[in-house]
Design a protein around this ligand. Sequence first.
Ligand code: F6R
Length: 241
Amino acid sequence: MKIIITENEEKFDREGAVLFTRQALKKPDTTFALATGDTTRNIFALAAVMHNELKVDYSLCKTCNLDEYAGVAADDKRSCRYRINEVLLDKINIKKENTYVPDGLCSPPEKELEIFKKKIESFGGIDYLIMGIGSNGHIGFNEPGTPLDSSFRVAELSLETRKDKIKVFGSFDQTPKFGITMGIRDIMASREILLAAKGKSKAEVIRRIVHGDLSIDVPASAVRLHPSLTILADKEAASLL
Ligand code: F6R
C-alpha cells in the first residue's frame, strides 16, 4: 500500500489529476472505473484541463462508473451519469460508446446487473479504479455489513449515506433508497486502485483501513489486501494515521 498525503485540498486535487493522467499516458487503452462525488469532482476537472493543455489522448480509453442511483434518470443533474459527463467525459476525447454507467431507470434494477458485469468484461476488466469513500466506510454503494465477496448488486443505501447525499438531492426525502453498484469483489478485481479521501469526516475511516482489522463493518477495509493500492489523502483525512 502506498499512501500519499497532501498539505491541502488544492494539492490533493492536483495529485489525483496527475495520477489519473499518468495512467492514460502509460496505457492509452486503459479501462478506468470512476466514482462521482465531492472527493473526485475536482480531480476529474483538473484531469480534463490537463487533457486540453497537454493533449493527453483518451480516444482508446474506456470508462465505467462504480455505481448509479436507482430511480434516477441519466439526464437528471443529480445522477452519476450526468455528473461524470459534465465534469470529465464531455471534456475529453473519449468515445461515448466506450463509457458506461448503469441505467438508474432500469426496471427492475436487478436487470441491469448482468449488463453491468458483461460490459466490464467486454472492456477487458478494470485497469485503474478511482474512488472516494463514505465516512461510514462505504465504497461504491457497499454499506457496512456488505460481505467482502459481494458482486454486482442493488444495494440499500444506509441512513447515514442518504443524509450525506442531501448535498446532492436537496432533501432527505428526495435521496434514493437504493443504488446499483459494483460489489466489493468487483472493486478488488481491478488491477490498480486509487482511494481518495479528503476532510476530517474521513479521518477515522482512513485510520481503520490503514491500522484497523479487516471487517465487514468497514467495507473499505478490504482494499488493504489489494496488491496495488494507493491512498491519496489530504492532511485532515490523514490526521489519525
Ligand atoms: C459515488 C460513490 C460513493 C462516493 C462516496 C463519497 O459514485 O461511489 O461511494 O465515493 O459516497 O462521496 P463524496 O466524495 O461526495 O464524499
